[in-house]
Ligand binder design. Sequence first.
Ligand SMILES: Nc1ncnc2c1ncn2[C@@H]1O[C@H](COP(=O)(O)OP(=O)(O)OP(=O)(O)O)[C@@H](O)[C@H]1O
Length: 476
Amino acid sequence: MPLFINRDQMFAHQVHLLEHKLRSKEERILDLETEKAILHLRLAEKVLQLQRNTQSVTRLALGKILADVQNLKQDLSEIFAVYANGVSELEGQSKRILEQLDEAGSALNGCHGDDLQSLRSHIHNTLVELRGNIRVHCRVRPVLPLDQVQPSSSTLGSTVSEEVISAVGNDTVLVNCLKNGNPILNKVFEFERVHGPEDSQNAVFEEVKSLLTSLLDGYNVCIMAYGQTGSGKTHTMMGSQGPSGAPQPEEQQGIIPKAAVELFSGAPGQHRDVITTASGTSEVPSLRYERVRSAPEVMQLIRAVVRLRARCPTLVHAHSSRSHLVVTVTVSSESTPALALARRLQSAKREPQHCPRRETKLQLVDLAGSECVGMSGVTGSALWETSCINRSLSALSDVLGALAAEQRPHVPYRNSKLTHLLQDAIGGDAKLLVMLCVSPAQQFITESLQSLSFGSRARQVQRQAPHRKNNNLKTK
Ligand SMILES: Nc1ncnc2c1ncn2[C@@H]1O[C@H](COP(=O)(O)OP(=O)(O)OP(=O)(O)O)[C@@H](O)[C@H]1O
């Protein structure tokens, strides 16, 4: 076939080809633009999705942060409440101190000598109470025949031991430590109240009487006599029996009978429950509970128990007690006048009574005396008793030592039945008064110094301030 293509035809053919190419290009461009649009759409979708995801993550994080903030707010408000309580308690305490100082200031204008002394001791006692300290009183008894030095082979008759311990003012005990060939060394001990040999039973009781008011006000109270054998603990707590065993005249009675009278004279007509134990046992369920209605009934009960108390003559003391005596009086009362009124109203309407009663506890303790075995000359079962007595007294000293130390990892209450039984009074929030009894005689100076150091140690103890009992309410 002849291949004669003229110029026009060739151009037309080329135009055709170019047009074809152009169309293909245009189609390709269209495809690409479509693809681009699709990609844009996808991108927009992804961006949107990303935004949504970011928002939900942020919302979650925000929710968590908000919950944390709420928790923090709650914690802060709790901390603030505790802080506010503490502040108001401190304010209350400062207010009471300021009131005391105010009273003291105005009283100071008109007082001298003895007045100032009693004001000082009043303020001091208030501070002791606010700090939760244990109060310590000390009684130095007169020189007595039992202070006679036993005759030795080189001397003919017995001689009275030299008087080396004395009360100075109302709050100081002075000890002259005389040692052969050495200069006199004076030691001074300070306590909340110090009684000298001339102080009567009434004077000693007057200084502890305010604790009985506290008892009726709703505080637990414990008064404990501590001292070596023959130093006057039983005389101070019970009073000394006359030679015939006749009832003691009132002025010879000790703290226990006087407290019994005081309790009943304070609120006549109310019933009192009394728990007594002469052995210091911690098995409280085995105790006998006796309801009493008058002071003579209390004393009758106590005398019956005291008759069972182990005694044994020693070289130091002919009527030495060989056991601790713990008298526990439980006082039940309606906690507030409003409750008393409510109870009266209920009873008038013959409604069943649901009024709470408050119970407070008074513990009066005459400890057995610490003693030096060599000096007391005991043997046999009395020697065993002495060792038990000394061990329980040393457990008491250890408990006070642990409480007085700033860090108290462990207080060994369970080391003796005595400390176990008195645990609440010693370490709890009861008002505790330790009545130290000491002999003034040179012969017993080592034991007396031991007792005075025990008292000083007790004063170091800082417990929580005594609290009124309102948590042991009983429903009648
Ligand atoms: N302040 C005092 N005034 C007069 N006599 C006292 C005084 N204190 C103690 N006595 C007498 O001293 C003696 C010993 O006193 P008490 O029996 O009270 O000692 P105690 O410390 O209880 O001894 P123990 O631990 O051995 O039983 C008694 O005869 C007592 O009457």
